[in-house]
Design a protein around this ligand. Structure first.
Ligand code: ADP
Ligand code: MG
Length: 938
């Protein structure tokens, strides 16, 4: 959504502003709320609808696809559009999606009791990063709003502070670092919304690619003193709690914004912990690595498989969110990693425990968000019942964790591992809260909390007395009909009730003469009269009064119970953490068992390298029927140069290695037969621009700037993946850059690296550097089809594998032969990176994505016309061998150079074909085209 549009409807609509002096009191109230919320679209409650006026109405009508109407009053006509409050969620979602922030101007006074205009106030500003409504949030995810603040003199140079809050759960994180660190951390947190301080404007531009919306909120909130004041209710001495002003100011600003969106009612009491952390305490994955490893997002169009999907077997939202946090921040402390592995291992071994935990956890609600709502005073009776159901799971979880797995086995009364024992101890049953809710709240309460039915009988004597009075009154009324019939002798007499007149006794006209004296006329109908008696009236008042007071009492009791529960916010949050971890560990163990993962050995000694036996790609293996496992053996500081045709499995192989590292450090087992891994502290990936098809911004510039990051920041504890680096430019430079980068990674950084490349001469490095070795993938022909074995093998692939694949693919013999000559020429004359007369990459000529499909279709498409031509050409070829010579001969009119050039052109064009990016039909056509050119050349 263009900013201009947003500005047009934020704050006071011009149409309202223009008429401001003469507005009716109601629109004037609307105008005040708009003026006070300059950066939001105000929705104004009028009865059952949220309305917007003038330009804002036009925006609502457009975005929400609702009708634009008009409100006319004595002062004029105002365009108006509204959405139903009952079913606001989908409309609010559309507005958020369209980039709006929405301020809800609710009636905060009972319309019946208001004298004159109903009071209204903005109770909440809904923004992408601060939504708390379950309807608008995805289940089991985190939703952060983040703030960044630039440093000042008191901070380390170039330090930037970053603070993030999940307003739905109260989680609050604070950190600081240099600009790049903070940018990386932002990628990791992936906030839905970012507010940038006046001194950190470079973070402000809305970055569609990164997926958050940005805006500048009240810059005063970023001032030091404002931040200190803001933070005081959250933690004592905020001045001394942060490492530098940048952190402090970011934290103050993000909380100011969070409070603002929650109606500016003061501190958010469920933000109980402001957690400072150092990103260096976790495996650092830069944005490029997160993207290219597809941890959370799949870059392929329409695909949804990510590592997280592959790993998520959690039973509840708490566990899911915990697992996501873990995967975003894998550990770097070997003991902590082993601690998780121990726990996963224990659950892998104890099948019964694992399954019972899964069942029990399935009944847990999203405790973090429930606690948020309870603490904000937004929870209804159903939420409290959900809390009760969640608390009811806890004893079961504790018991399950404590039990031995099978009857008859020597019983372990305790979990065997520290981690699970610790978790069991942290599972706080909060029995008094559970009992309180159970005693107080009805089992199936209505959604409204003001209309009774939420408090259980037996909880409060006064309430029970009121309800008893009400009930007795109703019973008396119910009996009245029979009693009055008997007293008056009128058989058709009836007792009824309506909204306007209340209770009445109805007598038909035929019986009016029998009406007793104490009947008072209430209403005359066509064929009957309605009466009341003084006693009925008295009873009625009693019933109505009791009911009203009972409803009000229930509401008070409910609020009181909710507040008592809110008083345990911290314990409930700690419980939520413990349940979340149990579920996350249990999920990891389920994956380990079901997909045959193995516990990796985590080594910290100096010789520890990557040793994987039969490793698999956790995501690809789920789609590929016959995934071929591969070994990896990378001593510390070594570089594996991997060659082979496109689609042979290079990228998948490299990613399997990196994903094993990520999984292991997350605490997961890994998809392999055996694995021994060191602890890496950073993981980098670089995918060559032309391979980064779905990345959107496939520019060479970006490729190079990401390469720069690696070359600056990688070190001996880094794992580096370079996939076709240098591909985004001409072959000569690309090759030079690739080689220089590899040398640098080896000589200067001593990082462990996997380097897939189409620059075959990089394989020479193995001879020149001790810690460089070659691996390759090959293709074979089986039943007339080119097949990739996907099996890694030691050594370099042959320098002309591209040509070989071309031959396998059925590229005409003259072209293949000529290609061989050219490759040979180049190998003789052109040593090293400099000599490259042709443009694009070697292997593009063949072995491409659509090759197999192409071949399959080729086989089908051998229609008579084609075979005739084949036969004809075959005849020519056999007549004049070698074909190149033949071509020169027939093309004698032109210079022999010219005809060689024609053939080279053809070869060039063939190489330049990027079949991976074509549809099978396009590929087919392109190859047919070349084939006929080859034929025409004769
Ligand atoms: P390259 O990087 O060499 O072009 P990829 O790694 O992208 O090749 O692999 C291409 C396709 O081959 C993958 O999408 C996958 O479907 C399949 N593939 C790769 N490795 C394997 C494997 N080990 N076992 C089975 N299929 C594989
Ligand atoms: Mg690849």
């Amino acid at each position: 959504m263009p900013t201009a549009d947003r500005e047009a409807v934020a704050g006071l609509p011009p149409g309202i502003a223009a008429a401001r002096e003469e507005l009716t009191p109601m629109l004037s109230q609307y105008a005040d709320l708009c003026a006070a919320h300059e950066d939001a679209l105000v929705l104004f409650q009028v009865g059952d609808f949220y309305e917007a006026f003038c330009e804002a109405a036009a925006a609502v009508a457009r975005v929400c696809e609702v009708t634009l109407t008009e409100r006319s009053d004595s002062t004029g006509d105002y365009p108006m559009a509204g959405i139903p409050i009952d079913n606001a969620a989908p409309y609010l979602e559309s507005l958020l999606d369209a980039g709006y922030r929405v301020a809800l101007g609710d009636q905060v006074e009972d319309a019946d009791q208001a004298s004159g205009l109903v009071d209204r106030a903005v109770t909440e500003v809904i923004t992408p990063g601060t939504v708390v409504e379950d309807d608008l949030l995805e289940a089991g995810t985190t939703n952060y709003v983040a703030a960044v603040a630039g440093g000042d003199e008191s901070d380390p140079p170039s330090s930037v502070g970053l603070a993030a809050v999940d307003v739905s759960t109260g989680e609050c994180l604070v950190t600081a670092g240099d600009r790049d660190d903070v940018a990386e951390e932002l990628d990791r947190i992936a906030p839905a919304e970012l507010i940038a301080g006046p001194d950190a404007p470079e973070f402000a531009p809305a970055d569609a690619e990164r997926g958050w919306t940005t805006h500048a909120h009240d810059s005063g909130a970023f001032e030091r003193r404002a931040a200190v004041e803001r933070l005081e209710p959250y933690l004592p001495d905020p001045d001394r709690r942060f490492d530098g002003d940048a952190e402090l100011r970011a934290a103050g600003a993000v909380l100011a914004y969070a409070e603002y969106t929650q109606g500016d009612d003061g501190p958010l009491s469920y933000v109980t912990r402001i957690r400072r952390y150092d990103p260096r305490d976790r495996l650092r994955l830069d944005a490029a690595a997160q993207r290219s490893l597809e941890l959370f997002e799949n870059r392929g169009l329409g695909a949804s498989d990510t590592l997280f999907d592959a790993l998520d077997e959690t039973s509840c939202a708490l566990g899911r969110r915990c697992l996501e946090r873990w995967l975003r921040r894998p550990l770097v402390d070997a003991d902590a990693i082993r601690g998780r592995h121990d726990a996963v291992g224990e659950l892998v071994d104890r099948t019964v425990v694992r399954e019972r935990l899964a069942d029990a956890l399935g009944a847990a609600y999203d405790l973090e968000r429930l606690v948020g709502r309870i603490s904000r005073g937004r929870a209804d009776a159903r939420d409290l019942r959900s809390l009760h159901a969640t608390l009811a799971v806890v004893p079961e979880l504790k018991a399950t964790l404590a039990e031995g797995d099978e009857v008859g086995s020597e019983t372990d009364d305790d979990p065997r591992t520290d981690r699970l024992r610790d978790l069991r101890d942290r599972l706080d049953e909060l029995a008094e809260i559970r009992e309180l809710i159970d005693d107080a709240i009805a089992v199936n309460p209505p959604p409204e909390i003001t209309e009774g039915g939420v408090i259980r009988e037996g909880f409060d004597e006064d309430l029970d007395a009121l309800r008893a009075t009400e009930r007795e009154g109703r019973e008396w009324v119910a009996d009245l009909e029979a009693a009055e019939r008997e007293r008056t002798g009128i058989d058709s007499l009836s007792v009824g009730h309506n909204q306007v007149h209340g209770y009445y006794i109805e007598v038909t006209d035929a019986n009016l003469d029998r009406v007793p004296d104490d009947y008072r006329r209430r209403q005359t109908l066509k064929n009957s009269e309605r009466y009341y008696t003084p006693e009925l009236k008295e009873r009625e008042e009693e019933i109505v009064g009791a009911a009203e007071r009972a409803d009000a009492t229930e509401y008070e009791l409910f609020v009181d119970v909710r507040e008592r529960v809110a008083g345990e916010t911290e314990r409930l949050q700690a419980l939520a953490d413990a349940i979340a971890e149990v579920d996350a560990l249990r999920s990891l163990s389920t994956v380990a068992v079901e997909r045959d993962y193995v516990r990796p050995t985590v080594r910290t000694d100096d010789d520890a390298g990557v040793e994987i036996e039969g490793g698999r790609h956790p995501v690809v293996e789920r789609a590929e029927e016959a995934f071929v496992p591969n070994d990896a053996d990378l001593p510390p500081g070594s570089i594996a140069v991997i060659t082979g045709p496109n689609m042979s499995g290079k990228s998948t192989y490299m990613r399997s290695v990196a994903l094993a590292v990520v999984l292991a450090q997350t605490g997961s087992f890994v998809p392999a037969q055996a694995a021994s891994l060191p602890v890496f502290d950073r993981l980098f990936t670089r995918v060559g621009a032309s391979d980064d098809i779905a990345g959107g911004q496939s520019t060479f510039m970006r490729e190079m700037s990401e390469l720069t990051e690696i070359l600056h920041d990688a070190g001996p504890s880094s794992l580096v993946l370079l996939d076709e680096v240098g591909r985004g430019t001409a072959t000569t430079d690309g090759r030079a850059i690739a080689r220089a980068a590899a040398e640098f990674v080896h000589d200067e950084l001593a990082a462990t690296a996997l380097f897939a490349t189409h620059y075959h001469d990089l394989t020479d490095l193995a001879a020149e550097r001790d810690r460089v070795f070659n691996l390759h993938f090959t293709a074979t022909r089986e039943d007339g089809d080119v097949t990739f074995l996907h099996r890694v093998a030691p050594g370099a692939s042959s320098s002309s594998y591209g040509v070989e694949v071309a031959e396998l693919a059925g590229v005409p013999a003259p072209v293949v032969e000529r290609s061989r000559e050219l490759v040979a020429d180049e190998a003789d004359g052109g040593s090293g990176p400099a000599a490259d007369p042709t443009g694009p990459d070697e292997d593009d000529a063949a072995g491409d994505a659509s090759l197999r499909e192409f071949l399959a279709e080729e086989a089908d498409a051998s229609d008579p016309g084609d075979s005739a031509r084949e036969a004809e050409r075959g005849g020519d070829e056999s007549a004049a061998d070698p074909p190149a010579a033949e071509r020169e001969a027939t093309d004698a009119a032109a210079s022999s150079d010219g005809s060689a050039a024609a053939s080279t052109d053809l070869a060039d064009d063939l190489r330049a074909l990027d079949l991976a990016r074509m549809t099978p039909i396009e590929a087919l056509n392109a190859l047919h085209d070349l084939q006929s050119r080859a034929t025409d050349d004769e």
